[in-house]
Design a binder for this molecule. Structure first.
Ligand code: PHE
Length: 451
């Protein structure tokens, strides 16, 4: 039998998983929710959520994958034969597939914005009205955003097609350091703008009143921790299955979470000083990156270069995430369905492209009025994955590990057969058994408006 592929080294594993975690969520979503939920106050609660829930769940998912040694669904079948727990993995795989159907569309936009910035579309004559119109016209244009989406999906497929070590690991080892360098360069530029300190104050001085004004702040922090660490969608289980046995999962999870958080905070250091310096609103939601920032680049000395760099950064962040999502589906088709990597990549990539067409068209007149449960295709896919699939998959995982799987076997996997005697491993077990299930149930109820 052919040997199953895997990561070649510890660094490769950490970089690939961190690449998955570092995505559009860090650079686009984190800053805008931070803006809406009281700056540093949100940051503090977010950090707590990462520690209490994110890291333990990441360790658990890695352990399931490594113990099972197969894709996100078959790994469950291996460690819990003749049970239905594998459905949890299947749900994660379905989530990864569906998420790609809209995440790729946003990823495609980043390519168009690289072109816009590089060709000086964001020049000194740009105004907020113009950037709004530019964005609206582009996303609803029909063919053009679809072409960019396909280019992005093509890149993703190319990397995944090349396998774990030569594809995903290599791409992450190249893209992630470049991403970090661009981020630091942009942060320095942003800090040099007049009035930058206002932005820093906003980011680092806790404003608990606007945090508590919103009832759902804590849950938003928790939901974002899930999203940002790529949990509940089979990614970490799949990557866990490629991880060498001698790796200490707790340490790896801490490293990845620290990297993910540092990058998100740095993105805040890039965005908020610029936003304040140009007198823009920090709490304006999703349009922050595609609509507000182009105004900043238009008005800033060197804006053409810095704008181009910014959108390159965003597309790299998206690419390291889309490859991890596609790998979940591809590894399922290989391990559970016996396909070759090449056909698995082509088939799943092709199907995802079809979904992307629908979600892209739902942004404009073509399919805007076609709704499912009152949502456009794009919003519907986002909603069911983030609020239902991910949460149910993660809930089943912790229920299984915390209450049905033998504690001894789980502890063996996360302590490297007893070598690691730190309290972290006990904490992970405690959190998986009690804290995470309760929190997920609350999040599920509130997000779906059940009370
Ligand atoms: N963690 C990624 C981010 O922060 C998002 C992501 C979601 C990646 C789903 C893969 C899957 O953007």
């Amino acid at each position: 039998m052919k040997k199953r592929q895997g990561f070649s080294s510890s660094i490769g594993m950490v970089m690939a998983t961190a690449g998955s975690a570092v995505g559009v969520g860090n650079i686009w979503r984190f800053p805008y929710i931070l803006g809406e939920y009281g700056g540093a106050a949100f940051l503090i609660v977010y950090l707590l959520m990462v520690m209490l829930i994110g890291i333990p769940l990441m360790v658990t998912e890695m352990a399931i994958g490594r113990r099972g040694g197969e894709d996100a669904s078959k790994s469950f079948k291996k460690i819990a034969p003749n049970t239905k727990w594998y459905l949890s993995g299947l749900l994660g795989i379905a989530a990864a597939f569906i998420i790609l159907g809209y995440y790729n569309v946003v990823a495609g936009w980043t390519l168009k914005y690289i072109v816009n910035a590089a060709t000086d579309v964001f020049n000194s004559s740009i105004t907020p009205d113009k950037t709004t119109a530019l964005f609206q016209n582009f996303v609803s244009a029909g063919l053009e955003p679809i072409v960019y989406t396909f280019i992005f999906m093509g890149l993703t497929m190319f990397i995944v097609y090349n396998g774990i070590e030569k594809g995903i690991e290599k791409a992450s080892k190249i893209l992630l350091p470049i991403l970090a360098i661009i981020l630091v360069v942009l942060a320095i530029r942003s800090l040099m703008l007049p009035g930058a300190s206002e932005g820093l104050k906003f980011l680092f001085k806790p404003n608990f009143s606007s945090f508590f004004e919103k009832k759902d702040s804590i849950l938003v922090a928790m939901g974002h921790a899930f999203y940002s660490l790529s949990l509940g969608m089979g990614i970490i289980i799949t990557f866990g299955s490629y991880t060498p046995k001698e790796e200490n999962l707790g340490k790896v999870a801490i490293k990845i979470s620290v990297m993910d958080t540092i990058i998100a905070v740095l993105a805040g250091v890039v965005i908020f000083p610029a936003v304040f310096s140009f007198g823009l609103e920090p709490s304006q939601g999703p349009g922050l990156v595609f609509i507000s920032l182009p105004n900043v680049f238009g008005g800033m000395y060197g804006g053409r270069i810095f704008g181009t760099l910014f959108f390159i950064l965003l597309s790299f962040a998206a690419l390291t995430s889309t490859i991890s999502l596609l790998e979940v589906v591809v590894s399922y088709l290989i391990d559970s369905k016996g396909l070759k990597r090449s056909s698995a990549t082509l088939i799943s990539g092709g199907l995802i492209c079809i979904i992307c067409v629908f979600s892209s068209l739902s942004m404009g007149s073509h399919l805007e009025n076609f709704t499912i449960f009152g949502k456009t295709v794009f919003d519907f896919l986002d909603y069911i994955t983030a609020n239902i699939f991910l949460l149910v998959a993660a809930f089943m995982e912790v229920l299984f590990i915390g209450w049905f799987y033998k504690k001894g076997e789980f502890m063996e996997e996360i302590t490297e057969f007893g070598i690691d005697k730190s309290n972290l491993t006990n904490f992970v077990y405690f959190s998986v058994r009690y804290v995470i299930p309760v929190m997920i149930v609350v999040l599920f109820i509130v997000n779906n408006g059940l009370i």
